[in-house]
Design a protein around this ligand. Structure first.
Ligand code: NAD
Length: 519
């Protein structure tokens, strides 16, 4: 094990220290406030993407364990849903403080299991922490509506109540941030949640549920099980689970949306993306190119909001050689190496997929103007590394454009006008994010008005909204109708109850029998 990682693994109670045994440590289920060894027969290898060493074993939790976890959520809901909003808010205050104090430890663990640089892991954990901070505003976000005197002596008030047991299914690329989009929001609204982190890097989520207990979250409010398809199907089918939050690929998202909805559950699914960055010839060149480099290749392109397609408009196409030079300078290494700008891909399979898509682009006529396929990383020869790669003159018909690559590969095209760029983007089925780089306000306004994408950056390369707003990916990138976090997130995990009441003075004249609707 790596020095940084080994220290973390040993320090953490969710993994048994490897030193006494040749068998890799096991990830535990988290049931009723305790880390519990799974009785699973099938285990998934947890690997360090920079070396492909096996650093842990993740169980495919058994049906009995998953049922026990739901039962624990169900029991906890009885008392948790009756706690006051101020009690839940106080836990969130303590929780945000504990996450801050443990940020580095969480980030190092993410770097070990997921591969991204420690600095980037810290930044992404911060974005999750901000969601917890916004949960402290539950007293404002969950207020209801009241109207007095809608009829004689009659008032109506409408307020939000929790749903019950909910579930969260998370992807590998943000192992702390995305679970934090889910269980704190569900819990602060009075729900309980069954979490299923990604089987490829569950450690950060386990650390976070452990910290939630330390913050005062009662046992059973969050439980954690592990696995792949079977665990997901269990969640979609379990009659006691009322709502599912999912973030991940299209294949899994469409399956979960359809199966969960068919079973009467409320479902929100954030899915794949193909985000375009439009570079106008009037942009601040240095700033635009630097931002594009970071947004295309940061986290080795494994961000749902990565700018994976660049559209150079008009004379901006002359900047492409300069852009290539900037991308060439990026240093590829293991995420915990201080020199690393980008780390490895999550798995060997992910690397093979990325290389196949680059190959398909070349075969279909794209120009490979930067080739990172054979990058060598001294000391990490067995890692899943791909260096920054740029395919130019890509067309919308090519496979490398149609599919989400999810690697450090930028597909690039040049067009003559802003209208041409808007047309390309609006014809793409995804609607997660897009950005324009320009110094012209009218150009920016036209773009934001005409573009059919849910999250737009103007001179901001990765426009992920802060949690006082919501994450509003659209079209092919989202299924459901209530987005993650912010007021929408709170609405997702609550339902409205409306009370119409009439209190008449004792001396008021009794009402006559009324058979028709009052007019
Ligand atoms: P993934 O869909 O492979 O896995 C996500 C979760 O679904 C995991 O917990 C996994 O166990 C489960 N799963 C995987 N395949 C499944 C299947 N066929 N049936 C049922 N369950 C399945 O996604 P990933 O590779 O972990 O994450 C990368 C994807 O997530 C990319 O497509 C990325 O764009 C997307 N993503 C989207 C957002 C967003 O907000 N739109 C954010 C992060 C990641």
């Amino acid at each position: 094990l790596h020095t940084v990682g080994a220290k973390n693994l040993a320090a953490s109670t969710w993994l048994r220290c490897a030193s006494s045994s040749s068998k890799p440590p096991t990830i535990k289920n988290w049931i009723n406030g305790r880390a519990v060894e799974s009785k699973a027969k099938d285990w998934i290898e947890l690997t360090n993407p920079a070396t492909n060493e096996v650093i842990g074993l993740v169980p495919k939790s058994t049906q009995a364990e998953m049922n026990e976890a739901v039962e624990s959520c169900k029991q906890a809901f009885r008392t948790w849903s009756k706690t006051t909003i101020l009690q839940r808010q106080q836990i969130m205050f303590r929780y945000q403080d504990l996450i801050k104090k443990n940020m580095r430890r969480i980030a190092e663990n993410i770097s070990l299991e997921q591969g991204k640089t420690v600095a980037d892991a810290e930044g992404s954990t911060l974005r999750g922490l901000q969601v917890v901070e916004s949960c402290c505003s539950v007293t404002f976000l969950q207020t209801g509506d009241t109207m007095h005197s809608v009829a004689k002596d009659m008032d109506i008030h409408s307020y939000r109540v929790p749903l019950g047991v909910t579930a969260g299914i998370a992807p590998f690329n943000f192992p702390a941030m995305i679970p934090l989009w889910m269980f704190p929001v569900a819990a602060v609204c009075g729900n309980t949640m069954l979490m299923k982190p990604s089987e490829q890097d569950p450690g950060a989520c386990m650390m976070l549920v452990e910290l939630a207990k330390e913050a005062g979250l009662p046992d059973g409010v969050v439980n954690c099980i592990h696995g792949q398809h079977e665990a997901v199907t269990f969640i979609c089918d379990h009659p006691d689970i009322r709502a599912i939050s999912f973030v991940g690929s299209d294949t899994a998202g469409n399956y979960i949306y359809e199966r969960g909805s068919k079973n009467g559950k409320r479902v929100q699914c954030n899915m794949g993306a193909k985000n375009h960055g439009v570079i106008m010839p009037d942009a601040n060149k240095e700033q635009a190119l630097n931002q594009l480099v970071g947004a295309a290749f940061g986290a080795a392109g494994q961000r749902c909001m990565a700018l994976s397609t660049a559209i150079f408009v008009g004379k901006a196409r002359e900047w492409i050689p300069e852009f290539v030079e900037k991308a060439k300078k990026l240093r590829v290494s293991a995420g915990h190496e201080p020199t690393a700008d980008l780390g490895p891909l999550i798995s060997k399979k992910a690397k093979e997929r990325v290389l196949d898509l680059v190959e398909s682009g070349v075969n279909e006529g794209a120009k490979l103007i930067l080739d990172g396929r054979n990058v060598k990383v001294p000391g990490y020869e067995n890692g899943n590394f791909v260096g920054p790669t740029i395919l130019h003159e890509v067309t919308p018909k090519m496979k490398c454009y149609k599919e989400e690559i999810f690697g450090p590969v930028l597909v690039s095209m040049s067009v003559d006008t802003l209208d041409d760029a808007i047309k390309v983007i609006n014809e793409n089925p995804y609607g997660n994010g897009t950005a324009i780089f320009t110094t012209n306000g009218a150009t920016a306004r036209k773009f934001t008005q005409e573009i059919d994408v849910g999250q737009i950056g103007v001179n901001v390369p990765i426009p992920v909204p802060l949690p006082m707003f919501s994450f509003t990916g659209s079209r092919g990138s989202f299924r459901g109708d209530t987005n993650f976090y912010g007021r929408n997130g709170m609405n997702f995990y609550t339902q409205l109850k409306t009370v119409t009441s009439q209190w008449r003075q004792e001396d008021a004249t009794p009402m006559d029998v009324q058979m028709a609707m009052p007019t």
